[in-house]
Design a binder for this molecule. Structure first.
Ligand code: NAD
Ligand code: TDX
Length: 352
C-alpha cells in the first residue's frame, strides 16, 4: 500500500511517519511537506534511510503539482496533517491559514477522487483520513466535554480554517462517496514541537532565564495528550475506524495553564539544579490572546470503547520525558530557533 502522509516533517506528522515506517515495512510511506518554519527533516533522521520511505518537498496549495503527484505515485491512502497550526499566527495572518488548511485540503480531496474513483466506486484500500482539532467545537464553560456530536463553533481563524476543511472532507464523503475518516484531537505535547507552542516555548525560556509570557490570568484550561499516544490513535483509527466517521482523541488530562506552568517550572528546577521556586519567578502575565477560548475538554469514549485505544502515559510522566528530550537535544532547539536548518534544507531541496 502506498500511503501519503502530508505534513510529515512537522511535530505530530514526524511521529506519525516514524510510527508507520517502522511498524508497517510492507507499506511505502510518502511524506509530502513544504518545509515551512514548522517543518524540519531533522525530526526524521532516524527513518530517512528506510527503504519504505520517500520524502517529497512540495506545497499542497499548488493544484497542478498535487494532481501530478497523485498521477505519478497512485497513492492508495492519505493521512492528511499538513496545516498552519498556531493560533497566534492565525490571528496576525489569517489568509495563510485559509490557503494551507482549506485550499490545500480541497486540492488533496480533488486529486484523490480523480485518482481513486472513475465511476463512484473506490478500492477497499482507499482512505482519506483528515487529522483535525478539538478547537473546531469552540469553547466550553467550567463543565462538560466535547463529544463527536457537539456542533461546530470555531472561534479563531485557525479553528475556523480547520472546521472548514473538516466540512469539505465530510462533503466529499456525502457527495462523491469518498471513503473518509476524521479525528479531532486535543492539545499535543512531546518531542520535536516547534518552540512557539506553550510547553516547548516555556521549556526553552526557563532554560535561558527568559520571561514566561502567560496570557491573561493563566486560568484557561487545555486537555493535553502525549504526541506518541496521538500517533498510535491515528494508526488505530486508520486501520479500525468506520468510514465516514469522526473520532475524538484526548488524554483526559485537563490543566489550567498556570498550574501546568508551575509543574513545568518545578520539574525544570530539579533538572537544572536550581533552588525550588527559581523558575516560577520568570512568570510574567501579559495581555490575553484575542478571542482566547476558555476551556477545552474532550470525551474520547467512542475511540476507547469501539477501538480499545488508551493513552500510555500520565501527564506528569509525559511532561518529564518531554523536558528531558528538549534538555538533551540542545542542537535541535538551537537550530530551529536560529533558522539554521531552514537554510540547510533550502539548499538541499531546491524550490519547485
Ligand atoms: P506543525 O505546524 O508542527 O506541522 C505542520 C507541517 O505541515 C509542517 O511540517 C509544515 O511544513 C507542513 N505544511 C504547512 N503548510 C503546508 C503546505 N501548504 N504544503 C505542505 N506542507 C505544509 O503542526 P502539528 O502541531 O504537527 O499539527 C499537525 C496537524 O495536526 C495539523 O493539521 C493540526 O491542525 C492538527 N492538530 C494539532 C494539534 C496540536 O496540538 N499540535 C492538535 C490537534 C490537531
Ligand atoms: O506564550 C504563550 N502563553 C500562553 O499563556 C502561549 C504560546 C500560549 N499560552 C496559552 C494559550 C492557550 O490557552 O497556553 C495555552 C496553549 O496554547 P498553545 O500552545 O498556543 O495551544 P492552543 O492555542 O491551545 O492550540 C493547540 O492545540 C490545539 C495547537 O496549537 C493547535 O494546533 C491544536 O489544534
Amino acid at each position: 500500500m502506498n500511503v501519503l502522509i502530508t505534513g510529515g516533517a512537522g511535530f505530530i506528522g514526524s511521529h506519525v511517519v516514524r510510527h508507520f515506517v517502522n511498524k508497517y515495512p510492507h507499506y511505502h510511506i510518502f511524506n509530502l511537506d513544504k518545509l515551512t518554519y514548522a517543518g524540519n527533516l531533522e525530526n526524521l533522521t532516524d527513518v530517512e534511510q528506510a527503504s519504505n520511505y520517500t520524502f517529497i518537498k512540495g506545497d499542497i496549495v499548488d493544484t497542478s503539482f498535487i494532481a501530478d503527484l497523485f498521477a505519478k505515485y497512485k497513492f492508495d491512502a492519505v493521512i492528511h496533517l499538513a496545516a498552519e497550526s498556531h493560533v497566534d499566527r492565525s490571528i496576525s495572518a489569517p489568509m495563510e491559514f485559509v490557503m494551507a488548511n482549506v485550499v490545500g485540503t480541497v486540492n488533496l480531496l480533488a486529486s484523490a477522487r480523480d485518482t481513486w474513483s472513475k465511476d463512484g466506486q473506490y478500492d477497499a484500500k482507499n482512505i482519506f483520513y483528515h487529522i483535525s482539532t478539538d478547537e473546531v467545537y469552540g469553547t466550553l464553560g467550567d463543565t462538560g466535554k466535547f463529544l463527536e456530536t457537539t456542533p461546530y463553533s470555531p472561534n479563531s481563524p485557525y479553528s475556523a480554517s480547520k472546521a472548514s476543511s473538516d466540512h469539505f472532507v465530510r462533503a466529499w464523503h456525502h457527495t462523491y462517496g469518498m471513503p473518509i475518516k476524521i479525528s479531532n484531537c486535543s492539545n499535543n505535547y512531546g518531542s520535536h514541537q516547534f518552540p512557539e507552542k506553550l510547553i516547548p516555548l516555556f521549556i526553552h525560556n526557563v532554560k535561558n532565564n527568559k520571561p514566561l509570557p502567560v496570557y491573561g490570568k493563566g486560568e484557561n484550561v487545555r486537555d493535553w495528550l502525549y504526541v506518541v499516544d496521538h500517533a498510535v490513535a491515528i494508526d488505530t483509527i486508520f486501520h479500525g475506524g468506520t468510514l465516514g466517521d469522526t473520532y475524538n482523541i484526548g488524554g483526559n488530562n485537563e490543566w489550567k495553564n498556570i498550574e501546568l506552568i508551575k509543574l513545568l517550572c518545578s520539574i525544570m528546577d530539579k533538572k537544572l539544579d536550581r533552588e525550588p521556586g527559581t523558575s516560577e519567578k520568570l512568570i510574567t502575565h501579559v495581555q490575553d490572546r484575542a478571542g482566547h477560548d476558555w476551556r477545552y475538554a474532550i470525551d474520547s469514549s467512542k475511540l476507547m470503547d469501539e477501538l480499545d485505544w488508551r493513552p500510555s502515559v500520565t501527564f506528569e510522566q509525559g511532561l518529564e520525558k518531554t523536558i528531558d528530550w528538549y534538555l538533551t537535544n540542545e542542537t535541535w532547539l538551537n537550530n530551529v530557533t536560529s533558522g539554521a536548518y531552514q537554510n540547510y534544507y533550502k539548499q538541499k531541496y531546491s524550490e519547485r
